[in-house]
Design a protein around this ligand. Structure first.
Ligand SMILES: [Zn+2]
Ligand SMILES: [Zn+2]
Length: 809
């Protein structure tokens, strides 16, 4: 995150950095075993060898660059006071490009000092031109607050940095608009506050030199598509006042950052991706929990449900030892070795389970030793969290199980070992977590423990996907008509739309304007299109798949959170067991009219699994590849689905208790899908019996959905699928994978664009899973509306082989 960007932004080895920081230690407990020795001991204790790969990520010396000649002495001095002796190469390169007026995205690793890359040109410009202004956008208020501290600490005269968000007192707002020259805000505030009030901001916008977009990889999917148009609206207002600001974006490492940044801003963007900051050495092991002996699935002490959140909807029969259990054992073992270890677990409940189970194991070995392990729960006060961090850094505490790197203090680095329970979804998060390891010039150990999931299975067998060039890209789709139309309406309120604006808003803008005119929202006059209503349109940037459904505790009226409308029928039907931040609730009633689900706290020993019936029809084909017996398509589809019943299953055994009917309305979704077809002859030739075709396609569909996050930052809950032995629109065996958001979000499009790589990875994940007949690590899906039936693992491989043999690479 931002505030530690600077700690690495000095050309000195890591141990200097630590000794200068109050929250890190220069002299911790005795160094434990070397990472290689430690790993050897951990492997020796496990039945079989769970390690599929060991990567030594070598220490890297930083490559410093001279200060740009245009950087004023005053600014260099301010950075030097903070300990930045000189910029790293990538910082200087991005800063130079931006200063020369090129839009630039710097996409480098965690803590590589991305903020210097934009602060340097932006602040130099503010010092050189006493009228210029800078707008900084962060995805969260907390990040903006961090950045404010960082800029304010430079104590530059006349810059007057200030946060402008929902928490800013009214009384201060006018002062900020008039006097601040470095305004920090978020896309929501830009959308709801700044742009509608552009008249009050005219002085600021007229002089706007730079727009900084931090953590821009977080603007993905439907939210990202909305933000893309908010930025076009910003550019439009600036242009009206005669300003053409330079955009500087900071992104986590990802595939093709220039394209993603270009889509987000609508501008040509140059990418700087070569990371020149120094890094400590890490021994990184990929760990696949062993398969359980047959008939021992019930013996797992940690229920699959404890993984929490969406993921926790599963309690598929376990054939593999759970990642939670494996992580708990590893944590106990490293702590017993005296190694300071941080374990990352995806849910809070999971983190508590891991800590409790490690504590028990340690107390069994040496009474009292368990006290040196703790869980890092949500709900702690900031001081309590800092105290836990301090205890870990000083070695009073040896093991900590935590949910998320972002909740941890930025100074909590320099640990001896990091355990990562389950792939955290993106390479950016993986490195953010692994980056906590490595102290005082010593090598550290990181272990990724695979969960029961096709993507995890693929990754532990394909280390190049983790350690090689990134392929996952941030995707968004600004042409989504469900995003474009409301955004054009907002723009029309801010100023009448002109034909020139249509080019700015891109493909589909004219059609969307025509529809707004037909719907009576816009009126065409000779001077442009005018908004016809008194009130502004209500547009929520983060709204997905219909209005979000509120989860409310009946007894207290407390709002626990929201679930997006798209998955509410699935997750919040009456009787559903709903996990919220690791706590279990049962839904009393789903009130669709009010958009809320009433729940009470309860932890039954069953989990619930909704079943649905889905129908899909093809509306239009945008693009296709004719590959002989195989066809690959991208197009619009209508998906109709109805959640009709749910099963209750015992958590411990997976045994089905009963199936209960539900009375929920059907729902329709017009979205974008990728699909492939195969000729029945080609399947027969590949040895797939016609009776096995449905199971083959269904299994391939599940795994393909599970692997899509490898190509695009999404999770499998953003995507839906349907497979059928013969589809009326394609008249062939077909697998559909569609965006789970109205109008599409870019995921299916990315899948189509990378089809052969995506399906190759899918095929390999299935083939490399050691199970016999299919399991959650390969072809079973926790969100299957058909109860994972039918599925045929060997035939899914045959299906994908046929596709890959015919599809051009
Ligand atoms: Zn399997
Ligand atoms: Zn399914």
């Amino acid at each position: 995150m931002t505030s530690n960007d600077f700690s690495s932004a000095r050309p000195t080895p890591r141990h200097d950095l630590e000794s200068s920081s109050a929250a890190t230690v220069s002299a911790g407990p005795d160094p434990g075993p070397s990472p290689a020795d430690l790993l050897r001991r951990l492997r020796a204790r496990s039945a079989g060898d769970p390690v599929t790969h060991v990567e030594r990520v070598p220490a890297r010396a930083g490559v410093p660059a001279p200060w740009p000649s245009w950087a004023p002495v005053e600014l260099r001095a301010a950075f030097t006071r903070r300990g930045v002796v000189a910029p790293w190469q990538h910082q200087a390169e991005a800063a130079n490009l931006a200063y020369e007026g090129e839009h630039v995205v710097v996409a480098t690793g965690t803590a590589s000092g991305k903020s210097l890359a934009y602060q340097l040109p932006a602040l130099a410009t503010l010092l050189a031109d006493p009228r210029a202004t800078v707008l900084y956008l962060a995805p969260t208020k907390a990040l903006a607050a961090d950045q404010l501290r960082s800029v304010a600490a430079l104590e530059l005269e006349g810059v007057r940095p200030a946060c402008y968000d929902g928490d800013t007192p009214r009384a201060e707002r006018e002062w900020i608009r008039r006097h601040s020259r470095f305004v920090l805000t978020n896309p929501d505030m830009l959308h709801h506050g700044v742009l509608p009030g552009h008249a009050q901001w005219s002085g600021f916008l007229r002089r706007l030199a730079y727009v900084v977009i931090d953590e821009c990889h977080t603007y993905r999917g439907v939210f990202g598509s909305h933000v893309a148009h908010v930025l076009r609206r910003l550019r439009r207002q600036c242009a009206r006042f005669g300003a053409t600001p330079v955009f500087v974006l900071a992104s986590a490492t990802s595939g093709d950052p220039a394209t993603a940044a270009g889509r987000l801003t609508g501008l040509p963007v140059t990418a700087v991706t070569e990371d020149a900051s120094p890094r400590g050495g890490v021994t990184f092991a990929l760990w696949e929990p062993p398969l359980l002996p047959p008939d021992s699935s019930a013996s797992s002490a940690v229920p699959a449900q404890a993984t929490g959140g969406h993921d926790g909807a599963t309690d598929l029969i376990q054939v593999r030892r759970s990642a939670l259990r494996e992580t708990a054992d590893l944590l106990a073992d490293t702590v017993a070795e005296g190694v300071r270890t941080l374990a990352f677990v995806r849910s809070r409940k999971g983190a508590e389970v891991v800590a409790a189970s490690a504590r028990r194991a340690l107390d069994d070995a040496v009474p009292g030793l368990g006290d040196r392990v703790a869980a890092y729960r949500g709900g702690y006060l900031r001081e309590e969290r800092r105290e836990l961090e301090r205890a870990l850094l000083h070695g009073d505490l040896l093991g900590l199980a935590s949910t998320n790197a972002l909740e941890l203090g930025v100074d909590l680095v320099g640990l001896d070992a990091v355990l990562i329970c389950g792939y955290p979804g993106t390479r950016a998060s993986l490195w953010q977590q692994a980056g906590r390891a490595g102290r005082s010039g010593q090598e550290a150990l990181a272990v990724l423990v695979a969960r029961d999931d096709p993507l995890d299975t693929y990754l532990v067998h394909h280390p190049e996907a983790i350690f090689g060039a990134p392929v996952e890209a941030t995707v968004l789709d600004p042409t989504n008509p469900y995003v474009l139309a409301p955004q054009l309406a907002c723009a029309a309120v801010e100023a009448p739309l002109t034909p020139a604006d249509l080019a700015l808003f891109g493909d589909g803008a004219k059609e969307a304007v025509d529809e707004l005119v037909a719907a009576g929202a816009l009126r065409q006059r000779p001077t442009g299109w005018y908004w016809r209503h008194r009130e502004r349109p209500e547009v929520d940037l983060r709204g997905q798949g219909g209005a979000p459904v509120c989860v409310v505790e009946s007894s207290t009226g407390r709002l626990l959170g929201t679930v997006d409308g798209g998955s509410s029928h699935f997750l919040l039907h009456s009787g559903a067991v709903h996990l919220h931040q690791g706590v279990s609730y049962v839904v009393d009633e789903l009130d669709l009219a009010d958009g809320c689900a009433l729940v009470h706290a309860e932890e039954p020993d069953w989990s619930t699994h909704a079943r649905d019936v889905t129908d899909l029809s093809v509306v239009s084909v945008r693009s296709y590849v004719d590959a002989g017996p195989v066809g690959m398509f991208l197009g619009e589809v209508d998906v109709t689905s109805q959640v009709v019943s749910y099963q209750r299953r015992r958590i411990a055994t997976g045994e089905v208790i009963d199936t209960r009917p539900l009375d929920l309305p059907t729902r329709e979704l017009r979205t974008v899908a990728v699909w492939f077809t195969l000729s029945p002859q080609s399947l027969a030739l590949a040895g797939v019996q016609s009776a096995d075709v449905p199971g083959a396609l269904h299994a391939a569909e599940h795994a393909a959905i599970g692997l899509l996050p490898l190509m695009a930052t999404c999770d499998r809950w953003d995507i839906g699928g349907l497979s059928t032995a013969v589809h009326p629109d394609t008249e062939a065996p077909t697998v559909f994978v569609y965006d789970g958001h109205p109008g599409g979000a870019g995921f299916a499009e990315r899948a189509y664009g990378t089809a052969s790589a995506w399906l190759r990875a899918t095929r390999d994940a299935i083939a490399e899973c050691g199970c016999e007949a299919g399991c959650p690590s390969c072809v079973q899906s926790p969100k299957c509306g058909n109860g994972n039936n039918p599925l045929s693992k060997p035939d899914a491989i045959r299906v994908l082989d046929v596709v890959l043999a015919n599809l051009p690479a």
